[in-house]
Structures are given as structure tokens and as C-alpha cells.
Design a protein around this ligand. Structure first.
Ligand SMILES: Cc1cc2nc3c(=O)[nH]c(=O)nc-3n(C[C@H](O)[C@H](O)[C@H](O)COP(=O)(O)OP(=O)(O)OC[C@H]3O[C@@H](n4cnc5c(N)ncnc54)[C@H](O)[C@@H]3O)c2cc1C
Ligand SMILES: NC(=O)c1ccc[n+]([C@@H]2O[C@H](COP(=O)([O-])OP(=O)(O)OC[C@H]3O[C@@H](n4cnc5c(N)ncnc54)[C@H](OP(=O)(O)O)[C@@H]3O)[C@@H](O)[C@H]2O)c1
Length: 354
């Protein structure tokens, strides 16, 4: 993939484990250098990071292919690079959908088996260049920027949750990018990044109240929001709903949030830890508990933000907000939907979810 012109080589300055226990669901804060002095970003912006494949998987791929790692191949941009370099950082160790289509469902779930089969089909006619037509080009991954440039001008921070899943043989695998960022990239190592502006924006008027809902790593942009509001001495109130599975492991940024609260830069903090009791408690349950107060913030002109999982969390939070609007304003569902649409059009209801 052709990277944008604002791509830079950033250095990993530090990586802190934010969750308590590395064996459980782990979340890290990474601080990256910003070598381009022209690079500016606002709270809510996104950074794209170009990950590298696990070197053990690259070695296994080369072994299955019985390929020459130094053989020059032509990448998507028409440049000649070694096969090993292409497998390290320019192609994912995943097959293109058009190539996967020739395998049945069971086979398709096993990358190594498919790769061996593709190699066997070629026999002595195998050419290293063909491998690039089998593999997906590397896709940079998006992360919410978790720091405010007003406070930290020459760096940016991201909060990354290590993604794990089981492969077809039941082995635990790490996500490509999150594994690279949380485990493999050494301190002092470099990585290509570029910043992209987003439409997830704080109100221009810093006296407006702000309500933020971000369970799990969805808290990331809100760290930047809060740091920015503190740096510009915004007078508007701030309310954060966040949480995770277990308070013991997943109360990330606890000290940071407590300090902000202590110094009145965070007006309200409501926590939802889903697995600390026999039944689930989610951020939207906390919203329901405080529906009246939430609504009085809206009446004072509050802006409402959601960040994190789009599939379930954001939908359920939106549904809860609709219920609160219905109840507090005595509206039908259709009327509440129009009310929410008007809030969205006014920029007072924003989502950064996928
Ligand atoms: C706008 C935006 C902002 C974001 N902000 C953040 C943020 O602030 N913090 C954050 O942590 N994340 C954020 N994300 C998510 C992030 O971009 C990545 O998607 C995330 O880190 C996982 O990437 P990965 O490469 O580690 O996972 P991948 O390797 O791409 O895997 C993703 C999923 O694919 C499946 N999978 C992959 N390979 C296999 C296989 N061989 N067999 C079976 N299943 C497989 C697994 O289910 C896995 O969970 C954001 C995303 C967007 C779009
Ligand atoms: N900017 C972005 O778009 C962005 C930023 C960060 C993360 N993400 C993505 O968001 C997803 C979650 O990330 P994560 O690993 O940080 O979160 P997580 O730890 O999996 O989940 C955080 C909390 O949300 C709870 N939850 C589950 N279903 C919910 C629902 N329907 N409503 C409310 N809460 C619910 C979980 O509870 P249980 O598990 O106990 O049910 C858990 O307590 C991932 O896909 C991640 O990549 C996106």
C-alpha cells in the first residue's frame, strides 16, 4: 500500500503496562516520537501504525515455501525488495480472499496448510514473486491518539489492547499489530506512522460540559480530551464513564483519573466492571442510574461522545441514551430519534467506533 506523504519514522520511547496483570487481558500505553516538526494533531485524531509480522512466522513461511529470502521481488508500488523484507513488513501472513476461495472452509482456517498446498501446486515452476499475489498487502492499523499535543508537543501516545485469539489447532495467537506494538517492538525501535485528522472533536466553546463513554481501550481519546481541557484551563464540566472486566486488572489510568478528579479537571467518574459480580454491569447501566443528572448536563449544553466497540457497546449505549431522552423529555421513540439526530447534526453526539 502506498503510504501518505506525511508518513514518518517514529521511535518507541516507552511502553507501560496499564492493566495489572500481563497474563490477563493486557493493555499498554506507548509513547512514540514525532520526528516531523510540521506534524500537528488535535484531540480526537487518529494515528495509523505500520506493523511488522512476527519474525517466527516469517521464518516458518519461508521454510514452507522453500524460498530464497534474498530473492528480489516487486512489491505493490513496483519497487524491488527482498522476499524476506516483503514478508516482514509489506504483506500480511494471510491469504487474499480470491486465493482463499479455492479452499474449503476447514482448510481456509489453516494458513500454513493453505500455503503448503499453494507451494505444492507450483512444484518446480515456483517463483518467489508469486507469493505476493497470494498474500494480502499489509494494512496499517488505526489507533486513537491518547495524548494532547498542547501538553506533550514532540510525542504522541496510544493505548493498545493486546488482541489474542485461538488458531485452528487451539494455539493462542496474538493480533498482528497489537502483538507487534505490545510485545515485539523494542524500546528505541522505529516504526512508520502517519496522523489522520478525524471528525471526533471537542466543542469549540471550552465552557461546554463534556460527557465521555469509553469502556476498555475506548478510553484512549478521552485521555487526550482531558489532558487538553486541563492544559487550556477549560471551565466546562467533564464526566467519564469507563471500565472493563475486572476492577483489579482492568482499571486502567486509575491514578491519572484520580488526580484529575482531585484537581477538579474531571467532574464525575462512573465505573462499570462487568465481571466483578454475578451479573454484568456495563457503562450504560451507570448511565441509567444517573439518568436525571445526565439529562441536566444535556440541558446545560453538554456534548456526548462514545468510543470503542461498535458491534455491541456503542449500539447499546445509543439505545440507552434514546431511552433517557424519551423518559426525560416525555417523547415517543420516533421523537427521541429525531432529538438525537438533531444533537448529532449540532455536533453534540459523536462516535468514534468501529
Ligand atoms: C478508528 C479506529 C481507532 C482505533 N483505536 C484503537 C485504540 O485506541 N486502541 C486499540 O487497542 N485499538 C484501536 N483500534 C483497533 C486497531 O486498529 C486494531 O484493529 C487492533 O489493534 C487489532 O489489530 P491486530 O492487527 O492486532 O489484529 P489482527 O491480527 O488484525 O486480528 C484481528 C482479529 O482477526 C481475527 N484473526 C486474525 N487472524 C486470524 C487467524 N489466523 N485465525 C483466526 N482469527 C484470526 C481475530 O479474531 C482477531 O481478533 C482502532 C480501530 C479503528 C478503526
Ligand atoms: N477508536 C476506536 O474505534 C476504538 C478504540 C479502542 C478500542 N476499539 C475496539 O473496541 C473493542 C473493545 O476493546 P477492548 O478490548 O478495550 O474492550 P473489552 O475489554 O473487550 O471490553 C470492555 C468492557 O466492555 C464490556 N462490554 C461488552 N459488551 C458490552 C456492551 N454491549 N455494552 C457495554 N459494554 C460492553 C466488556 O464486558 P464483558 O466482556 O464482560 O461482556 C468489558 O467490561 C475492540 O474491538 C477494540 O479493537 C476501538
Amino acid at each position: 500500500m502506498k503510504l501518505p506523504e506525511n508518513t514518518m519514522h517514529s521511535t518507541l520511547i516507552k511502553r507501560d503496562l496499564l492493566s495489572r496483570n500481563e497474563d490477563e487481558k493486557s493493555v499498554y500505553l506507548l509513547r512514540l516520537s514525532l520526528p516531523d516538526p510540521q506534524c500537528t494533531f488535535e484531540p480526537g485524531d487518529i494515528v495509523f501504525i505500520c506493523p511488522e509480522n512476527n519474525p517466527q512466522w516469517v521464518a516458518r513461511t519461508l521454510a514452507i515455501l522453500q524460498a530464497n529470502p534474498s530473492k528480489l521481488v516487486v512489491n505493490e508500488e513496483g519497487e524491488r525488495i527482498s522476499l524476506e523484507e516483503a514478508l516482514k513488513s509489506e504483506y500480511e501472513l494471510r491469504l487474499r480472499p480470491s486465493v482463499l476461495a479455492q479452499f474449503n472452509e476447514d482448510q481456509a482456517n489453516d494458513f500454513w496448510l493453505c500455503l503448503a498446498e499453494l507451494r505444492a501446486q507450483k512444484g518446480t515452476t515456483f517463483d518467489e514473486q508469486e507469493v505476493l499475489a497470494w498474500l494480502k498487502p499489509m494494512r496499517p492499523r488505526a489507533y486513537s491518539i491518547a495524548s494532547a499535543q498542547k501538553l506533550l508537543p514532540n510525542v504522541l501516545e496510544v493505548i493498545v489492547g493486546l488482541v489474542t485469539f485461538r488458531d485452528v489447532k487451539g494455539g493462542v495467537c496474538e493480533g498482528l499489530s497489537s502483538g507487534f506494538l505490545c510485545k515485539r517492538l523494542p524500546i528505541g525501535g522505529t516504526v512508520k506512522i502517519y496522523v489522520k485528522p478525524s471528525r471526533f472533536r471537542l466543542p469549540e466553546d471550552p465552557s461546554r460540559p463534556v460527557i465521555m463513554v469509553g469502556p476498555g481501550t475506548g478510553i484512549a481519546p478521552f485521555k487526550a480530551f482531558l489532558e487538553y481541557r486541563k492544559a487550556i484551563r477549560a471551565t466546562g464540566k467533564t464526566w467519564l464513564f469507563c471500565g472493563g472486566r475486572h476492577r483489579e486488572n482492568d482499571f486502567i489510568l486509575e491514578e491519572f483519573l484520580e488526580n484529575l478528579q482531585h484537581n477538579h479537571h474531571l467532574t464525575r467518574l462512573d465505573l462499570a466492571f462487568s465481571r466483578d459480580q454475578a451479573y454484568k454491569i456495563y457503562v450504560q447501566d451507570r448511565m441509567k442510574e444517573h439518568a436525571q443528572a445526565l439529562w441536566s448536563w444535556f440541558q446545560q449544553g453538554a456534548y456526548f461522545y462514545i468510543c470503542g466497540d461498535a458491534k455491541r457497546m456503542a449500539k447499546d449505549v445509543e439505545e440507552t441514551l434514546l431511552n433517557i431522552i424519551q423518559e426525560q423529555e416525555h417523547l415517543s421513540l420516533e421523537e427521541a430519534q429525531i432529538y438525537l439526530k438533531d444533537l448529532r447534526l449540532a455536533g453534540r453526539y459523536q462516535k468514534d467506533v468501529y
